[in-house]
Structure formats: C-alpha cells, structure tokens
Design a protein. Structure first.
Length: 140
C-alpha cells in the first residue's frame, strides 16, 4: 500500500521549513517529497545552503533566502556551514556541552548585520499545510 492511499491526499501538501540547512539529518517530510506528494518552501538565509537545498530537492523546492524574524536588523553569528548552527542567537557553549561534541558545532567564525523579514511580509508563498522550524530558539 502506498502512502497516499493511507492518508488520501488529493492535492500537493505545502511544507515550509524555516532553517532548511541540509545537514546530516533527514527531514521528517522527505518521504512526502520523494513520493511527489509535497512541495517544499525552504527558508534559509545562509546562502551557503542554497545549492545544497537545490541539489537535495531539485524542483520539488522553492528556496527563500530571507532571514525570518521581526523585520529588524540583527547580528548573524556565522558558524561552519556543515553544522547548521548559523543563527541570530550566539550559541551557548555551556548548553551545547550537554550534547556529545556539539560545543564544536557552535564555533562562530564571523558575524555580520542582516535585515530580517516578517513572515507576514513574504507574499509569494502558498498556504502552508506543514511547518518545520530549526532556528536555534527563534521560534520563542
């Protein structure tokens, strides 16, 4: 039995991934994309991730390079692109030590000022059915 038979999908599921960096983990929506049941709306302001997202998902993804937040200017803490830890929040090394080897992932190589954008101000996204966020606490 196919997945679409189990959940009776009549139209494409629109998935939004905020913080869509392609790192070592497989996102929970990947099977939906692989079976052409979903389209990914991938947000990652770290443009080092853009080609990786394109390579991973091809035309099954629309890529947005906006930094989503409150629309203000913020400091971006830039970590190694493989870590997925680039964020508007400076990593807390003491907290990262609770996870085996994660203090190394939080090493900051540089900073820069960025303009953020409110999600309500992104007008070219479809109505979203599923939302995934990996944004180092910004969801709070």
């Amino acid at each position: 039995m196919k997945l679409e038979d189990l959940i009776n999908i009549s139209e494409t599921i629109e998935v939004m991934d905020i913080g869509a960096a392609v790192i070592s983990e497989t996102p929970n929506y990947k099977k939906l994309l692989d079976e052409n049941l979903a389209h990914l709306n991938a947000f990652d302001g770290d443009t080092r991730q853009t080609e990786k997202i394109k390579a991973a998902y091809g035309d099954r993804a629309s890529i947005y390079t906006d930094f989503l937040s409150d629309g203000t200017i913020k400091t971006l803490y830039i970590a190694d692109e493989l870590s997925g830890m680039t964020s508007v929040y400076k990593p807390n090394v003491n907290a990262l030590r609770y996870f085996n080897g994660f203090e190394n992932f939080g090493t900051i190589y540089s900073t820069k000022e960025i303009q953020t954008k409110k999600l309500d101000d992104v007008y070219d996204i479809p109505q979203i059915d599923m939302l995934k966020m990996d944004i180092q606490g910004s969801e709070l």
